[in-house]
Ligand binder design. Structure first.
Ligand SMILES: Nc1nc2c(c(=O)[nH]1)N[C@H]1C(S)=C(S)[C@@H](COP(=O)(O)O)O[C@H]1N2
Ligand SMILES: [Mo]
Length: 396
């Protein structure tokens, strides 16, 4: 009876495994999958790939057809272990020091809530998302597509905080956010501290956020207070922020000076290399998923995915089922939540049984087309190559 279903025939074709051995292999992989760490134990395990306690990715199949990524499916990335859960017990009491302004101040979250409010739908994406596809196999987490999500952060505009503190000191070129992690005794803070600087030109849409998707920000995502810089990669969105400073120099922390830079292959990282700040235009297909065991029946197939422009909205997406030889325009579905959010796209394709290579290619409002090739760099940052994100699938 089993053999009479098309699905089983397809499974048998995957890596030469019989259905039974494939099922056993899947069971084994499941039991070997790492458990969620305590601070993220409330997450939906089946939707996530736990690379380590500090690196948790959303499965391609878990993005679904909703626009906003539910918090229990959102990826998590910590460069060092997160602070104690105690810091989110009384969010309004959390203090952030504002420095490098005419009237430096310590402000509580309760104070910030009186200064202004804005809600920003935006893509949060790790700089290293897509690193798994770099042929040079850079070290670091092998993220595929799921170190990204689209969320709504709510908080106060940085501009309002500046108004309340007399404005930046003259000559300030960078805004620097400091994470609230405890620095272990005896260590040079610069080696471990999560402290990131961004050019002051980028603060227009930046906020200090206390809410994500309508909830107080949980510890895993940087509560009680997080710096949010729409359009910039994950690392620039400093969690549990305890200090915001304006000044002439970038942070002296190693995470600013010696990492998160576009280091040419074979070179050592140094401060003269471009810092990883703005996200480039990107898209990827979320259905089909290309995952083993997936059954795609011949006939009309709705190819779905997600697209975003980085610093401007996604304007258009094309889909190819022949490895990029020919392209068909996809339609956007769902609401348009502004230039920093992603758009869902879909295109119906009538597919006969056979092998296909499915790719998507986005163009931003700024007119930038998602490239075929990633920008080569030794740490595996900013992968937006459509070819790297292409899926090989079999239609039965
Ligand atoms: N304080 C602090 N902020 C941080 C980090 C961190 O380790 N500490 N990691 C950064 C990185 S590399 C990424 S990709 C994002 C991840 O955000 P998320 O865990 O909410 O998904 O947070 C950034 N902000
Ligand atoms: Mo990241």
């Amino acid at each position: 009876m089993l053999l009479s279903t098309g699905g089983v025939v397809a499974l048998a074709g995957v890596g030469g495994l019989t259905p039974l051995s494939q099922a056993l292999a899947q069971e084994k992989a499941k039991s070997e999958a790492k458990a969620l760490p305590a601070y993220a134990s409330w997450k939906h395990a089946d939707s996530l790939i736990v690379h380590s306690a500090n690196t948790i990715e959303t499965k391609r199949s878990a993005f679904g057809s909703g626009l906003i990524t539910p918090l229990d499916r959102l990826f998590v990335r910590n460069n060092v272990a997160p602070p104690s859960e105690k810091i989110v017990a009384d969010p309004d009491a959390w203090v952030v020091s504002i420095k490098g302004v005419k009237q430096p101040k310590d402000l509580t979250v309760a104070d910030l809530k009186r200064l202004g409010l804005v809600a920003v739908p935006m893509v949060l994406q790790c700089s290293g998302n897509g690193r798994a596809y770099f042929p040079e196999k850079p070290s670091g987490t092998k993220w595929t597509v799921g170190a990204a999500g689209c969320v709504v952060f709510s908080g106060v505009p940085i501009k309002a905080v500046l108004e309340a503190t007399g404005g930046m000191e003259p000559g300030a070129k960078y805004m620097t956010g400091t994470g609230g992690e405890e620095i272990p005794q005896g260590l040079d803070p610069n080696t471990v501290m999560v402290e990131r600087s961004i050019p002051v030109e980028a603060i227009d849409d930046a906020i200090l956020a206390w809410e994500i998707n309508g909830e107080p920000i949980p510890l895993a995502h940087g509560g009680p207070l997080r710096l949010v810089v729409p359009g910039y990669t994950g690392v620039n969105n400093v969690k549990y922020i305890k200090q915001l400073a304006f000044g002439k120099e970038q942070s002296a922390a190693s995470i600013q000076q010696n990492s998160y830079r576009m280091t040419p292959l074979g070179e050592k990282t140094n401060v003269n290399q471009e810092s990883v700040w703005e996200m480039p235009v990107k898209s990827f297909v979320t259905s089909p998923t290309g995952e083993p065991g997936e059954e795609i029946k011949a006939g009309m197939v709705q190819i779905q995915g997600l697209a975003f422009g980085g610093m401007s909205a996604a304007k258009e997406v094309e889909v190819s089922v022949d490895g990029g030889k020919t392209w068909k325009k996809a339609a956007f579905v769902g609401p348009d939540l502004g230039k920093y959010a992603w758009r869902q796209f879909v295109v119906g394709m009538d597919l006969k049984p056979g092998k296909y290579e499915i790719a998507s290619r986005a163009t931003s409002q700024a007119g930038t087309v998602q490239p075929e090739e990633r920008a080569a760099n030794s740490h595996g940052y900013l992968n937006n190559s459509w070819r790297d994100h292409m899926l090989a699938v079999t239609v039965i």
